[in-house]
Design a protein around this ligand. Structure first.
Ligand code: HCA
Ligand code: CU
Length: 382
């Protein structure tokens, strides 16, 4: 059974211009909890006093989810996270040769020493703390560096190793496959007698975040990171709505209350000021709307002809849009829904003409408009 970590309040706030007020973070966290998210990454307390206060607030809520704080591999960050009262701390430190040489100016062995020391320190201070270590940019780092740092982290007390595709570099089915990476890391750690949980954190720079997360899932990863709307640095992260829908519909994971997604997406998009694109899978306005005449005709007979995910999965309804693409079947179906199923065929054809004219102006006709369209056609001067 895979577990889900939501990082909307941490990584999501790294979206340029996005900030959630503290009470909005609480509202978001409650909805995440109702959906059945296992871990809520609430923020990095070192960044601002406001984030510290928000992490404190969430850590002191009675949520089913475990609240996590983000932390660099330094004792000061760990102290602040523990002061906030979290049960989970995510410590990141990149161990690629390039980052060690160009940025940190440290040898691998020194870096690993620091990672181990900080993890030991955290575990000593709070023995039941869940500790995740992320070798940031995991998948582009030298594999031996990742393996050595991860092994040392687990020996020091880390419970979870997270594989971060920090730059959205992986491509399923190629030599850059997340499936292979997860297997290889698990094998490497097992050979050293270590069996931490593995997590995955996929960025969406190539639009492949959900695909890579599924690749990790098929390789047996234990935890997958997501955000609402896929918010995050640059092109963001795995979109929660898409991943949870696929896991539910296609992989038999049935634990989440997906009917709450709409409310959550509405809340997050209002407060992030980032609209959900109309054509976004699952949560977008058009995700369950059929348009062209041929489609609406077949879908009104049986929706499976043009749907592989049902709107009921996420508590939504199927729609048929009326615009210049509509045909007679769409209009008849819409008139039925609007309670006007006894109209003459020639009036229905005229309604279709009106719908097409309005559609050519770039607007859809709503069901509520149909009674007055029919009235207008009936009351024309002879
Ligand atoms: C960051 C980078 C990070 C870290 C992930 C993690 C990434 O913003 O600090 O700590 O598990 O993508 O590598 O989000
Ligand atoms: Cu990230």
């Amino acid at each position: 059974m895979v577990q889900i970590l939501d990082a909307t309040l941490r990584e999501g706030e790294q979206t340029p211009g996005v900030h959630f007020d503290r009470h909005i973070k609480l509202q978001i966290a409650k909805l995440l909890d109702e959906i059945g998210i296992d871990f809520i990454e609430a923020g990095h307390p070192m960044v601002t006093q406001e984030i510290y206060d928000a992490v404190y607030l969430l850590a002191h809520q009675k949520l089913k989810a475990t609240v996590a704080a983000h932390s660099r591999s330094v004792k000061k960050d760990v102290d602040l996270a523990l002061e906030c009262g979290v049960q989970f701390i995510g410590i990141f430190y990149c161990v690629s040769d390039e980052r060690l040489t160009d940025v940190f100016k440290k040898d691998l062995s020194v870096a690993i020493g620091q990672i181990s020391e900080v993890i030991h320190y955290a575990k000593d201070k709070k023995p039941d703390l869940i500790i995740r270590y992320t070798p940031e940019d995991t998948v582009r780092s030298q594999f031996e560096n990742v393996l050595d740092a991860s092994a040392a982290a687990v020996e020091a007390g880390a419970d979870i190793i997270s594989v971060a595709d920090t730059t959205g570099y992986m491509i399923p089915g190629t030599e850059r496959s997340m499936y292979d990476f997860i297997k290889r890391l698990r094998d490497g750690l097992n050979r050293k007698g270590l069996t931490p949980k593995l997590a995955v954190h996929c960025h969406n720079d190539r639009g492949l975040a959900v695909a890579n997360a599924l690749d990790a899932y098929r390789a047996g990863v234990d935890i997958i990171d997501v955000t609402v709307q896929g918010l995050g640095e640059r092109a963001g992260l795995v979109d929660m709505g898409q991943l949870l829908s696929v896991l539910t519909a296609d992989f038999g994971e049935k634990r989440w209350n997906l009917k709450k997604l709409n409310e959550l997406y509405g809340l997050v998009s209002r407060h992030s000021n980032i609209p959900v694109p109309a054509n976004f899978p699952v949560t977008g306005k058009n995700a369950f709307t059929h348009c062209a005449g041929v489609h609406t005709h077949a879908a009104s007979i049986d929706p499976m002809h043009y749907e592989s995910l049902t709107p009921q999965l996420v508590g939504r309804e199927r729609h048929f849009s009326l615009d210049h693409m509509s045909g007679l079947a769409s209009v008849k179906y819409a008139l039925d829904l609007a309670g006007m199923d006894k109209l003459e065929e020639d009036i229905i054809i005229e309604v279709l003409n009106v719908v097409k004219i309005i559609g050519q102006r770039g607007r859809t006709v709503e069901l509520e408009e149909l009674p007055e369209i029919v009235e207008m056609l009936h009351k024309r001067p002879q």
